[in-house]
Structure formats: C-alpha cells, structure tokens
Design a protein around this ligand. Sequence first.
Ligand code: ZN
Length: 240
Amino acid sequence: MRIAVLSDIHSNLVALDAVLAHAGNVDGIWHLGDVVGYGPDPDGVVARLGEGAAVGVRGNHDAAALGGDEIDFFNPDAKAAMLWTRRHCSPATAAWLEALPLRLVEDEVTLVHGSPRDPIWEYVTSERVARANLAVLTTRDGLHGHTHVPIAWVGGGDKVHGEAPGDRDTITFETRRAFLNPGSVGQPRDGDPRSSYLVLDMAARSATWHRVPYDIDAVARAMRAAGLPVRLAERLYHGR
Ligand code: ZN
C-alpha cells in the first residue's frame, strides 16, 4: 500500500494540485494539518482534499481558523492572513476543519501536526525532542509536520537520529521505528521553494520524499489580489 503524506498545505491550491498530479495513483492521502492559513484558497484546498478522501489532523492554523486563540501567538503577517482566512472560509470548509482530530491512527501509524505530546504547538527539530516523542508514541511509527522541513527520525530507545532527505531519497526503516516529516506542500522553509511531500510504502517499510515545482507566480498574484501580506507571497520564492 502506497500512501501520499502531505503537510502544511496552507491554502495553496496550485501547489496541492501539482503534488497530487505528481503522486498519481496512490492508495490513500494522509495530511498532517495546517491545511489553511497564509495562502489564498482555503475553500479550494479543502474541497480538493475532500474529493481525494484525504484523512488527517488539525494544525495550529486550522484551529485558529475556527476562532481559536492560537491566533494570539501568530506574528503580524500570519495574524493578518488568519483574519483574512476566517472571513473567507465557507461554512462547508469550517465544518470540514472542525471534524479534524488532534491525533489520528491509520494502519498503525500515528498522525499529528506538531508532536504526539503536543499536537498543536511542539516543533520536533532535534534528536532529543524526537526521542522524547517516540517514547510516548503508542504506535510503532509516526508522522508529523509543523516545521515545514522534511526530515526522518529513525531508531528506537536511546538511539534516534535525524536524516534530511533530498528529492527522490528513499529511507528504509526495516526494524527501526520511524517518525517522519514530509515537509510542506504550500510553504516550504528549507531553502527549496518546490513543494515537498513523501510517499509511504507500508509493505516495504520505506518512505520516498519528492520535490515538485509549481506556479509560484500564480499563487503570489492571487495573494496580492486578495490583499494578503506581500511578505508571505515573497517568501514562497525563497522557500523560507
Ligand atoms: Zn504550518
């Protein structure tokens, strides 16, 4: 079974469509939250995920879009974009976001946005934090997003190490536990502006990361037309 794992789509429908076209025929789509926020097309992204029968979890931006006080922790640009998002989510989009759980177990893999112990806010950016979260993970393997940086934490017990996968890199876990971040579809932050996602091969116990170019100009134009913060459009070109 091959599953496309997407995270931090952030209302970027052009990027999502490029990734879905690239992934082609997969057996499922799992998302790790932050479906909305920053970008110009919250309704379009939610509709597309619905069409693909995607399952997934709630991120801090999704919670904020539903009126949550997560917005109080956002920087000024993120906050301005979130106020815009709240005004532009249809009732159907809001209902879809409302139904997202904080944690989800699919085929014995745990899905979270931030981390297993703090699914909304914690950033898993070090081996120490990855190890602590693997210790509380109730399934063998897990998936997280939130940092917008692709990484694979593999190992078990005291031995957990991070590997930064590049485009088309496959990491095989075999007997090791895996806690994987696919990177961001809609706003990559590792210096590569191309969308990032991974394909999980459950039988082979491996994951392959992919980078997919998309029409950034079209998204930046739509963001300017919508009156979203200019800096948020500019950062898409830099992948920062
Ligand atoms: Zn995010």
